[in-house]
Design a protein around this ligand. Structure first.
Ligand code: 9WN
Length: 475
């Protein structure tokens, strides 16, 4: 980076502040996302955390990923939460007694000793393992880090590309909003509307002990999350039968970026990486084929279970934001895409997830250029109206600058955009976004998420991936 390390200067104090957050949140074997709200280990958090931790302590960064991958199931899935047995059950919901991984997950090969959830999160791990290795190859080789991680990562990708290809088009589906990581994104409104919520009295939300209710998902959202997760558990965590199946552009883009990283790891271990690079390129083509919308200039989610009836109608009603009059065009082009690609229908909501394929090196140039235009336009305001890119369409009906994934800006998505802009040669825009990320991290106290216009802190403070990705940008 351009900022020179100076403990007395502003970059130095930012560095020290970020390091302190990560020290405070370190448990000895992994890092909690936040001491109060999220007192266990989360899957994609740990990947982002390791990417920052490698600059402070490559050993801790390796340990973080080893702890997570040590809780992998025999079918290859990496659970979205690894529970800390010394934390009281009522500190977080849903707790281990809800998931019952070691009994309900036995057929799927859940570990016997450690308790985990049974769903997954975005596969950022191979990318994290590769970056952590490169931060200190000597230590990595001495600890056989890559030889131990490679087979686990390969099994993880195999699970996603085979067991989770629920749409039949080569992409992985998520079966729960928590899996994609943007829990209450307006993208899920239509597919979730088909899920009968569990009664509110059947569970207790521990999140409301720590977070403001108006910054969090609603009780109705939670009822549906609980129903979907309980049904998945009661089916032994077998894939294919659930009510919710969505192909998401961010989840799949991160899988593809990680497949490229896995190719690099294979090469480093002396194997040929060419087959994996080629697979990543084929997956990039499948992503474009199934999820790209040329008129909107971005990627959309595909609702695998939408037969094109009431779901499509409801989505149309919800997404009529009309700021630049593109809706009509994008709907008709979506019909074309649906005919070509078969299963399901596109969900016509503009989420930041639909910009994140910009991290892909094999993305066609015209698509990368269109993503930059869309990010910089009225729906996301990059370099213009907003400080940081929001999680959801500024002009969308559902936009709310404070409610979680329905508008606030998050540091992980903005970090990914910054990387993607740089990858495609957009250095001025990347520099502007980097400066805004560093300022906002400092001013907000490493907040979990912020108002995209003002940078006002929302959710937890001292949030680990905010601190970790700040450190990464400083290096
Ligand atoms: C459910 C830990 C996680 C993040 C997710 C974020 C939030 C959990 C919750 O916190 O989700 O997994 O309880 O709301 O949405 O992206 O990984 O930081």
């Amino acid at each position: 980076g351009s900022l020179v390390y100076d403990p007395a200067g502003p970059a130095g104090s930012l560095h020290l502040g970020a390091a302190r957050v990560l020290d405070d949140n370190w448990t000895g074997t992994s890092t909690v996302p936040s001491r109060g709200l999220y007192p266990h280990q989360w899957s994609w958090d740990s990947a982002f955390i390791a990417i920052g931790l490698r600059h402070l302590s490559p050993l801790r960064a390796q340990t973080e990923l080893e702890t997570l991958l040590g809780a992998q199931w025999a079918d290859g899935r990496v659970p979205h939460i690894v529970f800390n047995p010394s934390v009281p059950l009522d500190a977080y919901f849903p707790s281990p007694d809800f998931w019952r991984s070691s009994t309900a997950g036995r057929a799927a090969g859940a570990p016997r000793t450690v308790q985990t959830s049974g769903i997954v999160q975005p596969p950022v791990h191979a990318l994290a393992v590769w970056l952590v290795h490169r931060a200190d190859p000597g230590l990595s080789w001495a600890r056989a880090f890559l030889p131990r991680m490679y087979p686990r990562l390969a099994a993880w990708h195999r699970y996603l590309l085979h067991r989770r290809d629920l749409g039949g088009g080569g992409l992985a589906s998520v079966v729960h909003p928590w899996e994609q990581g943007m829990d209450n994104s307006p993208c899920w409104d239509a597919p979730l509307s088909r899920v009968t919520p569990a009664p509110a009295r059947s569970f207790r939300r521990a999140d409301l002990d720590h977070g403001a209710a108006e910054d969090r998902p609603t009780d109705l959202d939670y009822g549906r999350y609980v129903r979907l997760a309980a049904d998945y558990r009661d089916g032994g965590y077998a894939d294919g039968g659930g009510a919710f199946a969505v192909e998401d552009p961010a989840f799949n883009a991160l899988l593809i970026a990680s497949e490229h990283a896995l190719a690099c790891i294979a090469q480093e271990l002396g194997a040929a990486g060419t087959a994996r690079h080629a697979r990543a390129e084929r997956l990039t083509a499948a992503l474009v084929e199934r999820l790209w919308d040329p008129a909107a200039g971005m990627f959309f989610c595909r609702d695998v279970h939408d037969g094109g009836g009431s779901g499509a109608h409801g989505t149309e009603r919800r997404s009529r934001s009309g700021a630049d009059g593109t809706e009509r065009h994008s709907r008709s082009s979506a019909h074309g895409a649906e005919r070509r690609s078969g299963s399901g229908a596109l969900i016509r909501e503009r989420s930041v997830a639909g910009l994140l394929p910009i991290v892909l090196p094999a993305l066609p140039r015209d698509i990368a250029a269109a993503l930059v235009r869309t990010a910089s336009g009225p729906h996301f305001g990059l370099g213009g109206d907003t400080r940081l890119v929001p999680s959801y369409d500024l002009a969308g009906d559902a936009f709310d600058p404070h409610r979680y994934w329905r508008g606030p800006a998050w540091f992980n998505t903005n970090w990914l955009l910054e990387r993607g802009l740089r990858l495609h040669g957009e250095h001025a825009r990347a520099d502007g976004l980097r400066a805004a990320l560093l300022d906002t991290a400092q001013e907000s106290g490493f907040a979990e998420y912020v108002d995209p216009y003002t940078g006002e802190a929302c959710g937890a403070l001292g949030f680990s991936w905010t601190a970790a990705l700040t450190l990464d940008l400083l290096h």
